[in-house]
Write a protein that binds this ligand. Structure first.
Ligand SMILES: [Zn+2]
Length: 268
């Protein structure tokens, strides 16, 4: 993507993250990888609703501004860590989605195994232990997690979502926060009941059919109500191979499953 288009994209999605309450004041930052050694990133101290095409700053992979005396976002190291760990990542959003953050503060597991479209597109969302913002500790805390997930929560702080485009990273951020909102409703009604391990396995089998390209790990099947699962990056589902029914494309089970997903996604 050329720099002019990248600047327009950053402005568009900066305004969206602010409008949707996913950042507050000058929080959060967005970036796009321009080349092997250049990243375009939002500047420090600017409200996302005030973003203009002139505002983003080009930096190198050491965080040095290129031909610019302004300072990049203080969390630029989080972005560079994601790019260095994942060649497929071309865009990164660090935001402060309030509902998803609340789960990390309450130390309640942010279960992403409750909605079919979230299982398909987001998978497991690990939580990095708390690290002081703007320090080296922060990128270190999430480095191994972002290497295998497209969305990571930073405890008591925010989220990091990545993608092939800024649109892709933004969709994952929206899904993450929407999932958290639904979980809060479910908890208020007595608790969220997760999918069975078989349901999750079936859904993950549809990723290829839908052409969903993601590094996202499989959702972990865990009994609901476990607070300690919040920081558990384990993915038990990867070891399960006990699906007894045939959900290959063309089978009646497959057709029924697709119909059910469409029904749920449309909310009918
Ligand atoms: Zn932050």
């Amino acid at each position: 993507m050329n720099e002019i288009e990248a600047r327009k994209q950053i402005v568009y999605y900066s305004h969206k993250v602010h409008a949707q309450g996913l950042v507050c004041a000058t929080d959060g930052n967005l970036s796009i990888r321009l080349s092997e050694d250049r990243v375009l990133i939002t500047p420090s101290g600017l409200r996302k609703e005030d973003m203009t095409v002139e505002a983003p700053i080009v930096i190198d992979f050491q965080g040095n501004p290129i031909g610019d005396s302004r300072r990049p976002s203080t969390e630029y190291k989080v972005h560079l860590e994601a790019y260095q760990r994942r060649e497929d990542v071309k865009a990164v959003i660090h935001a402060h989605p309030p509902k998803a953050i609340a789960f990390t503060i309450a130390e309640v597991r942010l279960d992403t195994c409750i909605l079919p479209e979230v299982v398909l597109t987001l998978g497991d969302v690990p939580v990095a232990p708390y690290a002081t913002p703007s320090t080296e500790d922060l990128p270190n805390s999430m480095s191994d997690l972002i290497a295998r997930s497209d969305a990571v929560m930073l405890a008591r702080h925010g989220s990091v979502t990545v993608g092939a485009t800024l649109s892709d990273a933004f969709k994952k951020l929206e899904k993450l926060e929407h999932n958290a909102e639904i979980l809060i409703y479910a908890h208020s009604l007595g608790g969220a009941k997760p999918f069975s391990s078989e349901d999750i396995h079936r859904l993950q089998g549809l990723r290829e059919f839908y052409g969903i390209k993601t590094q996202a790990q499989a959702c972990s099947y865990r009994p609901s109500g476990s607070a300690s699962g919040a920081a558990n990056p384990q993915c038990e589902m990867n070891n399960e191979r006990s699906v007894s029914r045939d959900f290959s494309p063309g089978t009646s089970e497959f057709e029924a499953l697709v119909a059910e997903i469409v029904r749920r996604v449309r909310g009918s």
